[in-house]
Write a protein that binds this ligand. Sequence first.
Ligand code: LLP
Length: 418
Amino acid sequence: MHFFQHKEGRLYCEEVPVEDIAYQVGTPFYLYSYRTLVRHFRAFDGAFSKFPHLICYSAKANSNLAVLKTFINLGGGVDVVSGGELFRALRAGADPSKIVYSGVGKREDEINYALQEGILMFNVESYQEFHLINGIASKLDTKAPISLRINPDIDPHTHPYVATGIRQAKFGIYMDQALEWYREAKQLPHLTIKGISCHIGSQLTEVGPFVEALRRVKELALKLAQEGIEIEYIDLGGGLGITYHQEEPPHPREYAQAIIAEGRDLPCTYIFEPGRVIVGNAGILVTRVLYTKEGEKNFVVVDAAMNDLVRPTLYGAYQQIVSVREKEGDEMVADMVGPICESGDFLARDRLMPRFEPGDLVAVMSAGAYGFSMSSNYNSRPRVAEVLVKDGDFYLIRQRESYEDLIRGERIPTFLEG
Ligand code: LLP
């Protein structure tokens, strides 16, 4: 449940009319509802209230400092996958002892940075990586906390680009290698084994695959215990899906019940890395209609494009299109497209939508996750503003980029000057 609703024909974010924000900030912009962010975080966290756990919000879904800070204030930790995300998390005030660091390609400088900051643990994804971490920890004369990220080989029934726990995926290490590598890691003097982690995919709409993954992780934990390797944390990653269209994903309560039922006999602290389920429906992208073209095929050209929201282009993802001011009258089937010079630049395809006219404001719903965070400057389009609403006020949490921002850091070498 979110707080974007029409009242008397106008779309509101909490108590603020979206039109008023568009008038002051210009378009396009991302708009987030603070009340929704808090509600979703609490729904997830509260579902595990009687179970030892830590929520490490997955920064990649939406890494704006204000969004990170919202969850940090609620007691959350952060799941990061790069030095940049670690920097953001720390800047937002995250407690380093609540930061987990995942990712298949951590660089030496990034590992060094995270070790010096004293993070909770590295979710290690390869044999070479844990040896490298051991070496870096040795130079710093410390011990690095690690878990091995397991690839449990489970089909999560989601888009192939975001299925991460299947054997063909680049992520994690195979179950059959894990035991051996844990033994080896245990011998390394600068590693401390903290846990086991896994993340099987994103936008999952069933609990079954999560439970199956936990079952496999548990089997491994038992084998490790027999060898005297005690596990303090089980990190189950993120992945719980949301409703974009007609999906019926489990409520966090159902997800938690299933996990608790399976995990209760393995006493340790459970880490979760939710991203989309918390921020996805807490944000929208607001754009303005520039032109309409009617003919054999109808097009509504808006001022937001694939560089602002790439999900429809990249995954064929469905994002609901809503008119900010409710429109009476007939509808039409059209593509909603952006100004970018690619035919793949669309926000909606062959969609029944109101008969939009130039100047109309449009809300692209469910855009809080993997929206701004995946945006780019393609076609030299400045990245859009981000706005957070709380009750009756709104706050600019990222200003729109300027043309100067576009060329920041670029240089023309002297040999090119006349
Ligand atoms: N933990 C790890 C290790 C991950 O790789 C991810 C997402 C998450 C947690 C958070 O997953 P979530 O709860 O948000 O499903 N750009 C795609 C989604 C990519 C997900 C990548 N990993 C999209 O827009 O659908």
